[in-house]
Design a protein around this ligand. Structure first.
Ligand code: FES
Length: 111
């Protein structure tokens, strides 16, 4: 079973976390099941960027992002080459290391 390592995030998981994943599950589903409450403002319909994550390891094992996801990602706070929307990126059979960005678009607006 692939594992997902979530790097420490000051608010969502200060110590970081390691979760077991099933192939085909989205990164967001694994995070939520593990008590890591990544925002998902559009309820996983690929219409926001609040579930943005950065795949530090294992990026190439993920299925390619759709055009819609890429369009949304362009609007994400702190976009990087290995950015994905965690509700759209599904786990394959490789382990992943995930960084949750410090801010989402929603938070950036508040500050
Ligand atoms: S929850 Fe909105 S795009 Fe993932």
């Amino acid at each position: 079973m692939p594992k997902i390592v979530f790097l420490p995030h000051s608010h969502l998981c200060p110590e970081g976390a390691v979760a077991e994943a099933q192939a085909g599950e989205s990164i967001l589903d694994v995070a939520l099941r593990s008590g890591i409450d990544i925002e998902h403002a559009c309820e996983m319909s690929c219409a926001c960027t609040t579930c943005h994550c950065i795949v530090r390891e294992g990026f190439d094992s993920l299925e390619e992002s759709s055009e819609l996801e890429d369009d949304m990602l362009d609007k994400a706070w702190g976009l990087e080459p290995e950015s994905r929307l965690s509700c759209q990126a599904t786990v394959s059979d490789e382990d992943l290391v995930i960084e949750i960005p410090k801010y989402t678009v929603n938070h950036a607006r508040e500050h």
